[in-house]
Design a protein around this ligand. Structure first.
Ligand code: DX5
Ligand code: ZN
Length: 218
């Protein structure tokens, strides 16, 4: 079953608790939380305080995507706030093994993220250590951008590597995912689909989630 991870970046922040409960009831699998530092990406968003406030509202997996220049400094805070998965950008981590280790030592699942222009070869040395690989299909920073189709090749490469090396990391896609791009992502090998505007931009979240969740699987 393909997992759907609504990104709260597109939620109504004045009613965040209601928004979280709504996607929970609508059949979401993860709550995708985008932390941005105004340095690695040109936007400022969510810190550990918000993760802590969300934690008691749902039992869904809190999937934290760190878009920070120095994620090592904040991993403990996000873990203690209740994150279930913490993902870091390979482009921001000169000592990637150490950073992934730091996440795991906190008892949290570890993910590595690739920007659209980053080659899969840059994460090969870490793939046997991670629980999840997040392939960005837009340049990170904002919701509502257009899906970059060339990233489908990376998804295929990640899926091939997973199969040939008997690994089982999730392959998550983030950016511009909607009912039509979701199909190509899943055909390429994605197992988790992040969707911000395609879920929170719709009134009926159950329908939005079901329309994104493709039935086919490779
Ligand atoms: C972008 C974020 C995404 C964003 C996706 O930097 O990482 O999670 O919220 O939004 P949509 O689905 O609207 O492209
Ligand atoms: Zn994200």
């Amino acid at each position: 079953m393909i997992k759907i991870a609504p990104s709260i970046l597109s939620a109504d922040f004045a009613h965040l608790a209601d928004e979280i409960r709504d996607i929970d009831q609508a059949g979401a699998d993860y709550v995708h939380i985008d932390a941005m530092d105004g340095h690695f990406v040109p936007n400022l968003t969510i810190g550990p305080m918000i993760v802590k406030a969300i934690r008691p509202l749902t039992e869904l997996t809190l999937d934290v995507h760190l878009m920070l220049s120095n994620p090592d400094l904040y991993i403990a805070n996000f873990a203690e706030a209740g994150a279930d998965i913490i993902s870091v950008h390979v482009e921001a981590c000169p000592h990637l093994h150490r950073t992934i280790q730091l996440i795991k030592e906190k008892g949290v699942k570890a993910g590595v993220v690739l920007n659209p222009a980053t080659p899969v070869s840059s994460v090969l040395p870490i793939l046997h250590e991670v629980d999840l690989v997040l392939q960005m299909s837009v340049n990170p920073g904002f919701g509502g951008q257009t899906f970059i189709s060339s990233t489908l090749r990376n998804i295929k490469e990640l899926a091939d590597y997973r199969r040939t090396h008997y690994l089982n990391y999730e392959i998550e896609v983030d950016g511009g995912v909607n009912a039509s791009t979701a199909v190509e992502c899943v055909e390429a090998g994605a197992t988790v689909l992040v969707a911000g505007s395609a879920v929170f931009g719709e009134k009926d979240r159950t329908q939005a989630i079901e329309s994104i969740r493709p039935t086919l699987r490779k």
